[in-house]
Each structure stands twice: as structure tokens, then as C-alpha cells.
Design a protein around this ligand. Structure first.
Ligand code: SAM
Length: 332
């Protein structure tokens, strides 16, 4: 007789503990101060919309949600908060390699309560999913985390093994290579555009610009050792689709979308290339607001051209929601 699969509850209760957390990996702090994360991204209060949107997508795509959900890389709980509230399954395992992030998420969830699923917190690095039981999870959810994982192909293969048939790996806010390359190409023309307007680049501006261009190049390249970098990769939907298919997962890609777009009030968070580009430079690459204002003015025509090319369809592909669904039967 085949062995009876272990239940989620039995598995959770036999996991080792470390400083009060369930332990699936050694702890590893984030490369930047965890407590500053929300300030950098302007997050001021818990908001369930991101997780609510993910759960709406589960219903729309008829993804199995009767089993436990696993979140990888919870950070400060931006996705976890709504997932904990709206996930219809019985159990929710929230993980991150950084105990400081786990604590921030736990505080938020416990303070703002009213959540149906049972919650568990574990230290987990996605590069070692090997010990997790096969077919345990209906949903594996990530937001802005895949690009931190070293071995993406191994990760997709492991998720395919962990998922139940009909379940899905749901990933949002991941950087797409073609859109970031377009941003870098536009950014390379900033010095010439400012010079033509009689404006000298300040050394601090050149430093930020060089940092952005180096980041794009590093993330595009696939022949480097990225072990020690925090942010590692950009993706193409085509490549992720192929990786998924090799492990029995079928890709549905929603270009330029965020999970929150699928929850009330159903507002598209991506407006257009120019607005994403300018916001990204200021808040993610720390360009000062005066520099960003000059870019807005003096690259106006170039930015307007790209916006116009996408006036009737989503794009360019800078980010999006990736749903890799495990087919009812297949090689995974
Ligand atoms: C950009 S933050 C995103 C946090 C959160 N998901 C959000 O959307 O705000 C990336 C997260 O991935 C986690 N992370 C980094 N490397 C990881 C890895 N190898 N496995 C799992 N999580 C990782 C970080 O600790 C951090 O919480």
C-alpha cells in the first residue's frame, strides 16, 4: 500500500523551532535595514488590497484553494495582510529568511486581526525547499521576491513538486527584462538631453544614474555568480513560461498588472511607462526629486512616444502578475 501522505498539521508540529519561529532554513538578514523598508516605499498603514486581489484571481482562474497557502519572502507583510484575511483555505504558512521581517509581519497581522486561516511563521530561504513535503500546498504566493532567489529553475521545479494538482504559484511585482532594458536605454540619454538644455549633470546625479545602469546590466546577465547580491534577476514571461511548462505548470501572464488591480475598486496601478519610470527612479533608485523633475521636462518627447505606442494595450512589459498553475496531470 502507498504511504498515507502526512497532514499539514502533523508536519508543522514536528518542525524544529528557533527563537520561537518554525525553522526550515538558517536565518539570514535582509541586505538593507528591515525596519526602514516601509518608509522607503511609502507604506504607512496595513492595506489588504494586494492579498485580496490575489484571492480574487484564485477564484477567477478556478485555482484550488482548499489546502494550505505558503507565502515566500513576506517582508513587512504587504501581501500577507490581505492573504491572511481573504485566503479561503484552512492554513497559511508565512515565511521569510529574515526573522526581523517575520516579526514585522506577525505584529501587523496580530494587531489588526480578523483573519480566518490558521497562521504559522517560519524562517525559510526559497533556495532550500527540498525538505518541504510534496503536494502539500494549494497556493504558493510571492510578491517582489522571485528576483531575490538564486536558482530560479530549481525554485520553479520545487514549487511544482510542492503544489497540489489544480493549485498555483502566484507571483506579482517581478521585474521584466525588456521593460527594464527600455528604462535603461532611455536613462542613457539623460546626460545629453540635459546638456542640450544647458544643464550640467551634478556628480551625485551621475552616481545615481551609473548605479541604475549597472543594476540593470547585472540583473539582465545570466553568466555571473549572484550569490552575494540581494537583487539578482530580471525575467521574461516567455522564459518563465518555458520553465513552468518543463515542470507541468501552465503560465498565465497579466502584463503590467499588480495583484491589487483585481480587487475593489479595480484601479489599474500601472498608468503608463513614463509615470512608472519616473516613480521608479525616485523611490527605488533614490534619484533626488529635482533631478527627476528635469528628466520629466527634458525627456518629455521620448517618454511621450513610448506612452503613445501603448495607448490601447498594456505595456511595455516592465512588471506583471505571473500565474503558474499545476495541471491536473502532467510531468510534475
Ligand atoms: C523586495 S522584498 C518584498 C517583500 C514583500 N513580499 C513585499 O512585497 O513587500 C523581498 C523579500 O524577499 C526575501 N528574500 C530574499 N531572498 C530570499 C530567498 N532566497 N528566499 C526567500 N525569500 C527571500 C527578503 O527577505 C524580503 O522579505
Amino acid at each position: 500500500m502507498p504511504p498515507v501522505p502526512e497532514s499539514f498539521t502533523a508536519w508543522i508540529h514536528r518542525l524544529p523551532k528557533w527563537r520561537g519561529w518554525l525553522q526550515l532554513s538558517p536565518a539570514r538578514p535582509y541586505m538593507h535595514t528591515e525596519g526602514d523598508y516601509n518608509t522607503q516605499y511609502g507604506v504607512t498603514a496595513p492595506d489588504p488590497t494586494e492579498g485580496q486581489g490575489l484571492c480574487a484571481l484564485l477564484a477567477t482562474h478556478q485555482i484550488d484553494s482548499t489546502g494550505p497557502a505558503l507565502e515566500i519572502g513576506c517582508g513587512t507583510g504587504y501581501l500577507s495582510y490581505g492573504l491572511a484575511r481573504y485566503y479561503p483555505g484552512p492554513d497559511f504558512l508565512i515565511t521569510d529568511p529574515s526573522p526581523a521581517f517575520l516579526r514585522l509581519t506577525q505584529n501587523q497581522l496580530e494587531e489588526h486581526g480578523a483573519v480566518p486561516a490558521r497562521r504559522y511563521y517560519a524562517v525559510l530561504n526559497a533556495d532550500d525547499l527540498g525538505d518541504l513535503p510534496s503536494g502539500m500546498f494549494s497556493v504558493i504566493a510571492l510578491r517582489s521576491t522571485l528576483h531575490h532567489i538564486l536558482k530560479v529553475e530549481d525554485f520553479i521545479a520545487a514549487c511544482a513538486r510542492l503544489l497540489r494538482p489544480g493549485g498555483a504559484l502566484m507571483m506579482g511585482a517581478e521585474p521584466c527584462e525588456s521593460g527594464y532594458l527600455l528604462m535603461a536605454a532611455v536613462a542613457q540619454s539623460i546626460p545629453a538631453a540635459l546638456k542640450a538644455a544647458g544643464i550640467d549633470m551634478r556628480p551625485a546625479w551621475t552616481e545615481r544614474l551609473d548605479d541604475f545602469l549597472a543594476t540593470v546590466k547585472f540583473s539582465c546577465l545570466r553568466d555571473l555568480d549572484k550569490t552575494n547580491a540581494e537583487d539578482k534577476h530580471y525575467f521574461s514571461p516567455h522564459h518563465l513560461g518555458e520553465l513552468g511548462a518543463a515542470h507541468g505548470l501552465q503560465l498565465k501572464f497579466h502584463p503590467t498588472s499588480s495583484f491589487r488591480d483585481f480587487a475593489p475598486p479595480y484601479i489599474q496601478s500601472f498608468h503608463c511607462f513614463s509615470s512608472f519610470f519616473l516613480i521608479y527612479l525616485q523611490f527605488c533608485m533614490s534619484f533626488d526629486p529635482e533631478f527627476v523633475g528635469l528628466i520629466r521636462t527634458h525627456l518629455k518627447d521620448q517618454l511621450a512616444f513610448i506612452d503613445e505606442c501603448h495607448r490601447s494595450h498594456p505595456g511595455p512589459e516592465i512588471t506583471g502578475v505571473f500565474i503558474l498553475r499545476k495541471m491536473a496531470s502532467g510531468p510534475a
